[in-house]
Design a binder for this molecule. Structure first.
Ligand SMILES: [Fe+2]
Length: 484
């Protein structure tokens, strides 16, 4: 049998699977790596080893790979490895894809019916000595943070009994607790949600189990010092849909966002709030805080389907304009019996992406800055030299100042696309915003990728350093910085 990606439009040119592992010591660098920048930047990426069994499958169903840029004393080493999931190992032995459409076991080869479909391809996060590579349809994959060797599918020493685990748990910077949730927690098409709090040593401190009013994708969450906030999206599924052999999700514009809020200390019940259909698509949260009886959540929110590979339930085509979120502030009044919330649009007129991060030391607390990936029409993109890409190129990082409403823009080149920004503080006690924004840029004209480092307080100056790899990199989903 042959490995042939030529008919897969998502696997061409710069986006062809990389399908190799690499170590590079002393990477080529232009500019000066700030001497205070000391740590490891991890990325989880999509990289199919074999062509998908179904042409309409989503790229999010690709094998997971994890990259590490290790930065010390102005020097950078790079390493990338595939995650040795059960799925990867079985398909490698068979020399072809065995797993079918995204999150639909009925479309897989019968030989893997009992195997985990975990790819671990969404978010890396260091907790209690393990690098957890997360995919929301499965438990975490535990990886050695130094060698990137895959260790096992990790259930927190048997304490985490759900079948799934979010790709966006929150590490509370004040307590060291890991706060997470699972949806479809008792298996495919179940309405069960589980919420877990682990202490800094990894011991399960509290858990909740309850039902969701909708069978919906729940991709991200938020925490405050007192509350846990979990939104649904307009992406829905059903047992019938899976039995019909379809891809897991369809976007139903009539299903509004529902938001679960529960007190972290276990002192009260979960409360559900219900939005309007134009409030459906909250993929990632920016940050949240509790003020008195009010929970305040900032997030990019779109009004339509974010993903062309998850079809619209009403049969309509994909609306490119609908994927661009604006930044909204949702305020939930816990002192009233209201089941809706107040909405304010921040940074009026701005359309970005949902790839937003903050200075993680301020997670769950009042904060000033967020950093977001953007398609910036003010910044030129050279389509001829950039490869005439059919996709919209996210070509800028913006820093939002939530205190005064201003935006600072970083741009790294006319043939470059960027991945999610990662904020790194100058040192542990540096004031909020004092540090760098780092991340990977793809130079489409050179077919090479680079790690770019931007001073967070001088975004407009562009990179102070570029760490250039001699090849292109696979598509990143999310990244994670570990200091020291
Ligand atoms: Fe995400």
């Amino acid at each position: 049998m042959s490995v042939d990606f030529s008919t897969d439009p998502t696997a061409q040119g710069f986006f062809a699977p990389m399908r190799f592992e690499a170590d590079i010591e002393d990477c080529e660098t232009q500019g000066e790596i700030p001497p205070e920048l000391n740590g490891s930047f991890y990325r989880t990426c999509l990289d199919r080893r074999y062509p998908p069994r179904y042409a309409d499958d989503t790229p999010y169903n690709a094998d997971g790979a994890v990259d590490m840029f290790r930065i010390a004393n102005g020097n950078v080493d790079f390493r990338t490895r595939y995650l040795r999931t059960a799925r990867y190992t079985a398909e490698r032995a068979a020399h072809r894809a065995l797993f079918g459409r995204y999150r639909n076991r009925l479309t897989s080869d019968p030989s893997v019916a009992q195997l985990s479909h975990n790819t671990g391809n969404t978010t890396p996060l260091l907790f209690n000595g393990r690098l957890l590579c997360l995919k929301e349809d499965s438990p975490p994959m535990a990886v050695d943070p130094n060698t990137l060797e895959t260790l096992c599918e990790w259930d927190f020493d048997g304490q985490m009994t759900a079948r799934t685990f979010t790709a966006h748990p929150k590490l509370d910077p004040r307590t060291g607790e890991l706060i997470a949730f699972s949806y479809e927690a008792r298996g495919d098409a179940t309405y069960d949600i589980a919420v877990f709090i682990f202490d800094a040593q990894g011991k399960l401190k509290r858990q909740w189990w309850f039902k969701s009013p909708v069978l919906s994708m729940m991709h991200d969450m938020a925490i405050t010092d007192r509350h846990i906030i979990i939104p649904t999206t307009g992406m829905v599924t059903s047992r019938e849909r899976l039995d019909a052999g379809l891809i897991h999700w369809t976007y139903d514009s009539s299903v509004p966002c529902h938001v679960a809020i529960l007190p972290r200390d276990g002192s009260g019940e979960v409360r559900w709030f219900q939005g309007t259909p134009d409030q459906a698509m909250l993929l990632h949260t920016t940050n949240a805080r509790t003020e008195g009886d009010r929970v305040i959540l900032d997030a990019p929110v779109a009004s339509a389907n974010f993903h062309p590979y998850f079809p619209n339930a009403d049969g309509s085509g994909f609306d490119v304009a609908g994927v661009s979120p604006n930044i909204r502030r949702w305020t939930f009044d816990l002192s009233s019996t209201r089941t809706d919330w107040d909405e304010e649009i921040l940074f009026d007129g701005i359309r970005a992406t949902s790839m937003v991060r903050i200075d993680d030391r301020f997670l769950g607390q009042p904060f000033r800055y967020s950093y977001i990936l953007a398609v910036d029409p003010k910044m030129p993109f050279d389509r001829a030299r950039g490869g005439n890409l059919s996709v919209r190129v996210a070509n800028a990082w913006w820093r939002f100042d939530h205190a005064n409403g201003t935006i600072d823009r970083a741009y790294v080149g006319s043939t470059h696309g960027l991945a999610e920004p990662q904020f790194v503080p100058r040192h542990r006690d540096a004031p909020e915003g004092d540090g760098w924004v780092i991340g990977v840029a793809n130079d489409f004209s050179q077919m090479r990728s680079e790690l770019v480092i931007v001073d967070a307080q001088q975004m407009q100056r562009g990179p102070v350093a570029r760490v250039k790899l001699p090849f292109r990199l696979h598509t990143q989903v999310h990244g994670w910085w570990v200091a020291g």
